[in-house]
Design a protein around this ligand. Structure first.
Ligand code: NAD
Ligand code: IPM
Ligand code: MN
Length: 352
């Protein structure tokens, strides 16, 4: 079982270290880890945020554990050299189109939510975010109009097959949960969204057991803070899913808690090939201070064991240990506590 470990930049290094320690503590026979550079770290060492050698290590693995990329010092670089291109490149090159971002309130953490505790307590949702299309991967440019004004533009598009395959993921996820799927779009304004909605409705015919609703993204952002307990599975495009999942993290309590899996169709000997990462970024504002919460990455490692390596029991062990330390009040800086990054890792390992 080969895991490619790509820590990346900033707190990506710090949180990945803890997730790897947790994996090591499980003592899984036959597990091998191979490290590679991504992001600004890779650009500095090799001149590119996603060097060919890194992509090959990722491709040859059964699963990828990814930290975070991003470095404000690189924001002046041409776009194809910026750190963020590493994660975008991995998602598209490896056809990891389905991003699962679960958000569930932990027992005992209700008071840390940005919402009222009685509202926060209800949260148990899965955001299924499309990851290979949308305005992220269309043509884009800053050009100059004939009259001399500069113009920035990005092409937003989805093909019907792209919508269909993520819709199936959303419906199947709803079948495995509480049978409710909310498709989020902006079909009142965008043609991309109109096609999205049309195709989701077509796919719904194959899932009569799932209750489908459609919601505009502005209303979804509102409902997410008003009544997040109404959501079971949300399926949405790349851009809306990015934004709503950060918002969902604060409904739960911290962005340092939310894990994710990026999956495609490829099967390995053990499960589905995938990339696993916290939903947060490199957090330059706290990098190097021991203040990063590694929980999201530790929970991403649990998702890795479940989806890519078929190790459900080990995944559940990690999740139970995380739930326990949170219930016991081992809290990082993001949750009003003082536990340092490595102390949170230690606590999880101790409860395994
Ligand atoms: P961010 O997610 O890095 O940070 C947002 C805020 O949340 C910051 O105040 C940060 O300190 C806090 N935070 C994030 N993770 C935390 C954790 N584990 N524990 C405690 N606090 C945490 O978003 P940003 O500041 O907008 O972006 C910083 C850089 O990261 C940018 O270069 C951006 O492009 C990049 N980024 C990368 C990814 C990724 O690699 N998948 C995701 C998001 C942002
Ligand atoms: C995320 C990040 C990325 C995204 C950036 C870093 C490209 O915000 O993984 O949520 O927008 O997908
Ligand atoms: Mn994001």
């Amino acid at each position: 079982m080969k895991i490619a470990v790509l820590p990346g930049d900033g707190i990506g290094q710090e949180v990945t270290r803890e997730a790897v320690r947790v994996l090591d503590a499980l003592g899984l026979p036959g597990l091998s880890l191979e490290y590679a550079d991504v992001g600004a770290t890779a650009w500095r060492a090799h001149g590119h945020p996603l060097p060919p050698a890194t992509l090959e290590i990722a491709r040859a693995s059964d699963a990828i554990l990814f930290g975070a990329v991003g470095d404000f010092d690189c924001d002046h670089l041409e776009r194809h050299l910026r750190p963020e291109q590493a994660i975008l490149g991995l998602r598209s090159e490896l056809t990891l189109f389905a991003n699962l971002r679960p958000a569930k309130t932990f027992d005992g953490l209700e008071a840390m939510s940005a919402l009222k505790p009685e509202i926060a307590r209800q949260i148990d949702m899965l955001i299924v975010r499309e990851l290979n299309g949308d305005v992220y991967f269309g043509d884009k440019a800053i050009d100059t109009l004939p009259d001399g004004r500069r113009r920035g533009w990005d092409m937003m598009s989805y093909t019907e097959d792209e919508v269909r395959r993520i819709a199936h993921v959303g419906f199947r996820a709803a079948q495995g949960r509480n049978g409710r799927l909310c498709s989020v779009d902006k079909a009142n304004v965008l043609e991309t969204s109109q096609l999205w909605r049309d195709v989701v409705i077509e796919v719904a015919a194959e899932y009569p057991d799932v209750a489908l609703e459609h919601m505009y993204v502005d209303n979804a952002a509102m409902q997410l803070v008003k009544d997040p307990g109404r959501f079971d599975v949300i399926v949405t495009g790349n851009l809306f899913g990015d934004i709503l999942s950060d918002q969902a993290s604060m409904c739960v309590g911290s962005i340092g808690l939310l894990a994710s899996a990026a999956l495609g169709d490829r099967q390995t000997d053990y499960g589905t090939f995938g990339l696993y990462e916290p939903i947060h970024g490199s957090a330059p504002d706290i990098a190097g201070q021991g203040k990063a919460n590694p929980t999201a990455t530790i929970l991403s490692a649990a998702m890795l064991l479940r989806h890519s390596l078929g190790l459900e029991r080990q995944a559940a062990r990690i999740e139970a240990a995380v739930a326990r330390i949170l219930a016991e009040g081992v809290l990082g800086w993001d949750l009003g506590g003082t536990a340092a990054t490595a102390q949170i890792g230690d606590a999880v390992i101790a409860r395994l």
